[in-house]
Design a protein around this ligand. Structure first.
Ligand SMILES: [Zn+2]
Length: 155
């Protein structure tokens, strides 16, 4: 597959690859509309994140087809399904909480829709989404026995 750089640091494949999809034999090919969002909204947004952090960004989950989203147990209106959201870590910059704080403090120049610090400690990750009319909403997600609870801001 030809997989050119879309921006200076990101290739399309980084946002389409899913170990779960591969393992379970699920087609994770985006619709033309979702593909357009990934290329024109999500990847440019992640490039801005990459520039602010100044270190390699590792996408752990990008696009999710509707069937993959069901298997993963994602929210039915997840922005991963529309191609607007990605989960990532940036270990060379620091733990996910530090990454989240850095991005929140850069809100003047980084227009995101939602930024969620998901989980705690080194196994946490940052969820971020981008949209035409960004809300710049900041949340922390806590997982208690399979249930997710959100609170405003980054702890
Ligand atoms: Zn996410």
């Amino acid at each position: 597959m030809i997989d050119p750089l879309i921006t200076q640091h990101f290739r399309l494949s980084e946002f389409l690859t899913s170990q779960t999809a591969t393992r379970r034999g699920i087609d994770n090919t985006p619709s033309p509309e979702a593909l357009a969002n990934i290329r024109n909204v999500l990847i440019p947004g992640m490039q801005a994140v990459r520039v602010i952090l100044g270190k390699p960004v590792h996408i752990t989950s990008g696009y999710r087809s509707p069937s993959l989203n069901v298997i993963i147990g994602g929210s039915p209106n997840s922005q991963h399904v529309s191609g607007h959201a990605a989960d990532f870590r940036c270990p060379e910059y620091g733990p996910p909480a530090e990454v989240a704080h850095r991005l929140v403090s850069s809100m003047q120049r980084l227009k995101f829709d939602q930024l969620i610090l998901e989980g705690a400690g080194p196994s946490a990750w940052v969820h971020i989404s981008f949209a035409a009319r960004p809300r710049n909403q900041v949340l922390t997600a806590y997982f208690d026995g399979g249930k997710v609870r959100y609170s405003g801001g980054i702890a």
